[in-house]
Design a protein around this ligand. Structure first.
Ligand SMILES: NC(=O)c1ccc[n+]([C@@H]2O[C@H](COP(=O)([O-])OP(=O)(O)OC[C@H]3O[C@@H](n4cnc5c(N)ncnc54)[C@H](OP(=O)(O)O)[C@@H]3O)[C@@H](O)[C@H]2O)c1
Length: 291
């Protein structure tokens, strides 16, 4: 089966591409320009297509049976996903699996949730058979904050004390790869970890795995926003993350556990201790860099 994976150098899509290769599929992956070809998993055939370039996306779609659509969050996300959905419609693909978010709606507080809703609506109206996959908060999100941990171990993020059903990126990718082939076509899928944990518990697990004493401290949302912008994120994304952490997660809306990993993969989801163990070196290295 010929499968096109959009954004195939990304956290989830690179893992999906790897899973599809292992399933025996013929995998084509988009990269935004030629310089990113070397970042593709070995065995994935490159298609150079900036998602803003509709004709390049049409070309990438030629001869494709099924599509996995995972787009980066950006102010152009709805238009970029729209180019992929339109290309899929024109070429008559059998199926498109789209990664989305919980709470996608036209009047969501997060711009990224409004963009996902717009893409979902276009997909529903396109006539292309589809499945929407909604993951919880990726455990791997925490890696971008490893360098934020202060010399005394204080780790400030504005997420409050509510439990979060964090999910491992490998589980999200394996469920998507399964949904690409599942018969009959799956309905909406929600992928979370098997248990929810607070950020204080996450910090304790990383401390145990890395040997570094890390203390989660409920941070100030304005300071978080400023630090995200200083780290090079665009302001819309930094604002979305601030709202997500300070209002959605803090209020406990990210704690619900789904059984869909068990349903599609016939095993338990990977737990946070697994993520902490495999990421321990990253958290230790940050301590060494800081001295
Ligand atoms: N993080 C979470 O907890 C979470 C939870 C639920 C849903 N989501 C959704 O997951 C999606 C992000 O997944 P991810 O974290 O796996 O993505 P990611 O790692 O940010 O990867 C995004 C991919 O898109 C590519 N890309 C960016 N701009 C492009 C353009 N103009 N043209 C072509 N390719 C472009 C990137 O290429 P380069 O390698 O060249 O940069 C990269 O391959 C978002 O839609 C988000 O809303 C995330």
């Amino acid at each position: 089966m010929k499968v096109l994976v959009i954004g195939a150098t990304g956290t989830i899509a690179s893992r999906v591409a790897q899973e599809l290769l292992e399933q025996g599929d013929d995998v084509r992956g988009t990269v935004r320009d030629a310089s990113r070809v070397t970042a593709l998993p070995v065995g994935v055939k490159p298609a150079i297509a900036d998602l803003d370039d509709a004709s390049a996306v049409n070309k990438a779609m030629e001869g494709i049976d099924r599509v996995v659509l995972i787009a980066a969050n950006s102010p152009r996300q709805a238009e970029q996903e729209g180019n992929v959905i339109e290309a899929a419609r024109r070429s008559g693909v059998e199926r498109l699996v789209k990664l989305s978010v919980g709470g996608a709606s036209p009047d969501a507080g997060l711009a990224l949730a409004r963009a996902h809703w717009a893409a979902e609506k276009q997909l529903q109206e396109s006539g292309v058979p589809f499945t929407i996959v909604r993951p919880g908060f990726f455990m791997q999100n925490l890696l971008q904050y490893a360098s934020w941990i202060e010399a005394d171990g204080a780790w400030r993020l504005p997420m409050g004390e509510s439990p979060i059903a964090m999910v491992h990126a490998n589980d999200v990718a394996q469920v998507i790869a399964s949904v690409v082939r599942s018969e009959p076509l799956a309905e909406d899928v929600t992928v979370t970890g098997g248990a929810s944990l607070t950020m204080a518990q996450a910090a304790t697990a990383i401390s145990l795995a890395s040997g570094r004493q890390i203390r989660y401290i409920d941070g100030d949302p304005d300071a978080y926003f400023a630090q995200m912008v200083a780290a090079g994120n665009d302001e819309q994304y930094a604002r979305d993350m601030t709202i997500l952490y300070d209002q959605v997660i803090r209020a406990g809306y990210a704690g619900a556990v789904s059984s869909d990993v068990q349903k599609f993969l016939h095993r338990d989801p990977l737990d946070f201790a697994h993520f902490a163990a495999e990421s321990a070196a990253i958290f230790r290295a940050e301590a060494l860099i800081r001295g």
